[in-house]
Design a protein. Structure first.
Length: 360
C-alpha cells in the first residue's frame, strides 16, 4: 500500500471560466449560458489525484481498486465548503474494449469519471466542491454493490483527513486543506453507482461511513433497482437521509425501475424523497464519456426519433440536482418549487413526485 501511495501524483490542475444552467433567484432554471451567482463568472479549478491502479484492497471482498478522482472547486476558497461525491456506473473499464484484466493489459483506464464535469462545474458556481471517482477496477472485476459503497467510503476517509489538513491529499490538494465541510456531504450515483450510493447511505450500512463524515443528501441518477434476495430492500433502504431519484422514460438500459426507491421510502423515511422522470431522456447521455461521439459511446434510447439532446438532458439533470443539494446541504429553498413540480423544468417534459416524511 505505501509503495502505491507514494507513487500517487497530482496529474494536473487548470482553470476554466464556465457559464452553465443554474437556478435563478425566483427558483426557475436560468437559460443556458446565464449565471445567477453574485459574480458574472466563477472560475473553476479542475484538479486530479491518482494514487495508482491498485491503491485500495477492499477488505470484505478482496477487490483491488484504483484510487483516482477529478476534483472541481472554486478558484478562491473561503471557509468550509460542502462536498458532493459522484460515482459512475458500469461501463468499459479500459479504453480497449477487448481488455480482460485489471490493471488494463491493453489500453488505459476508461475515463468514465470525467463524464460529469458539466454538472460539477455548475455546482462549483454555488460554492460546492465536487469529487468524481473512478471505479474502473470494480467494473472489470466485481459485481458486489458493496464494493462501490466501500470505495466511496475510502475516498471519504481521505477527505476527512484533508479536512484536518492531514493525509495523502493534503499535499495534492493544498487549497482545500481544512476548507471542506465533512458534515455537509452529498452523493450522486449513476446507473450501478446509483445503487452504490443508496447502499452506502442505507440504514444497514451507514455505520461504515467514516467517523466525522455526515451524508446529508443522496441522489440516484438512472439507477438500477433490484433486491437480492427479492423482496428484501434492506441493502438500499434509506430512512434518515433526503433522497432524490432522476429517471428517464426512454432509458434502454435500466428503464425507470429506480422510482421504486421512492416506494421503499414511503411510510418509513423521516426525510423527504423526490423524483423527476424526463419523458424522452435515455441512460447514457447523463455521462458525456458514454455519449456519441465519445469513443465507445452509445445511444441507448428506446425512442431515438424523439429523444432529448444530450445538452438538454444534462441541463435538466443539473438544474434538478442543484435544487436538491442546495436545499439539503445549504438550507437554500430557492429550488423548492422545482423539486416539488410546482415549477416544471423548462424545455423538457417531465413528471415529479414527492414522498413526504413520516411524522410522530
Amino acid at each position: 500500500m505505501s509503495r502505491v501511495l507514494a507513487a500517487g501524483l497530482l496529474v494536473g490542475a487548470y482553470l476554466t471560466e464556465v457559464s452553465t444552467p443554474a437556478l435563478a433567484s425566483n427558483g426557475t432554471v436560468a437559460a443556458p449560458g446565464s449565471i445567477t451567482t453574485d459574480n458574472d463568472r466563477v472560475r473553476v479549478v479542475t484538479e486530479t489525484y491518482d494514487l495508482g491502479d491498485e491503491a485500495f484492497t477492499i477488505p470484505t471482498s478482496g477487490t483491488v481498486s484504483e484510487i483516482r478522482a477529478v476534483v472541481h472547486r472554486p478558484s478562491t476558497v473561503r471557509g468550509r465548503l460542502p462536498v458532493v461525491i459522484v460515482s459512475h456506473g458500469s461501463w468499459y473499464g479500459c479504453t480497449d474494449p477487448e481488455a480482460q484484466k485489471w490493471p488494463c493489459e491493453n489500453g488505459t483506464p476508461y475515463p468514465s469519471y470525467r463524464g460529469y464535469d458539466y454538472f460539477a462545474k455548475a455546482l462549483v458556481q454555488r460554492g460546492f466542491v465536487v469529487v468524481s471517482l473512478s471505479a474502473d477496477a470494480i467494473n472489470m472485476t466485481s459485481f458486489d454493490y458493496g464494493d462501490r459503497a466501500r470505495l466511496i467510503n475510502e475516498h471519504l476517509r481521505l477527505w476527512r483527513q484533508l479536512s484536518d489538513g492531514k493525509g495523502v491529499l493534503a499535499e495534492r490538494l493544498p487549497a482545500l486543506s481544512m476548507h471542506v465541510d465533512m458534515q455537509r456531504v452529498g452523493t450522486v450515483g449513476h446507473s450501478r453507482g446509483g445503487k452504490g450510493v443508496m447502499w452506502q447511505a442505507s440504514d444497514k450500512y451507514r455505520d461504515e461511513v467514516p467517523d466525522g463524515v455526515r451524508i446529508g443528501a443522496v441522489l440516484a441518477l438512472a439507477p438500477v433497482k433490484f433486491d437480492d434476495p427479492e423482496g428484501d430492500n434492506s441493502d438500499t433502504l434509506v430512512t434518515d437521509t433526503p433522497v432524490a431519484v432522476v429517471t428517464s422514460g426512454c432509458d434502454g438500459a435500466v428503464g425507470e425501475q429506480g422510482q421504486e426507491y421512492l416506494d421503499d421510502a414511503k411510510g418509513h423515511s423521516t426525510k423527504p424523497a423526490y423524483s423527476v422522470s424526463l419523458r424522452d431522456g435515455n441512460h447514457n447521455f447523463f455521462n458525456t464519456q458514454w455519449t456519441p461521439p465519445a469513443p465507445l459511446g452509445e445511444d441507448d434510447s428506446t425512442g431515438p426519433a424523439r429523444e432529448l439532446s444530450p445538452e438538454s438532458q444534462q441541463d435538466a439533470f443539473t438544474a434538478y440536482a442543484t435544487a436538491f443539494f442546495e436545499k439539503h446541504l445549504n438550507d437554500n429553498l430557492e429550488g423548492e418549487d422545482l423539486l416539488t413540480g410546482r415549477k416544471p423544468l423548462p424545455c423538457v417534459e417531465s413528471a415529479t413526485r414527492v414522498v413526504e416524511p413520516v411524522t410522530d
